[in-house]
Write a protein of this length. Sequence first.
Length: 96
Amino acid sequence: MTTEKADAAEPTAAGDVAAMPFDTAFAELRRVIEELEAGGLPLEETISRVERAAALQRHCEKVLGEAELRVRQLVARPGGGLETRELRGDEPATET
């Protein structure tokens, strides 16, 4: 019964992670890691938390990558100002 509940919650958990702001996801990732490091969890709970931590880590890396792309698009303007160019995540960065 526990396995069925965990399997049914899996897509929702992944959707939850994708919608999280970076700070929320990172805070949860830290909490999950602390729980895992503390030990003493049953095997199924440990596996579930490792899967959650992996999803949170992937999401955090994705958000950071997107932020890095946006920062790279800051272009120096004449007079010392900065201009931003919005790019989609799948659009390559251009050098100017």
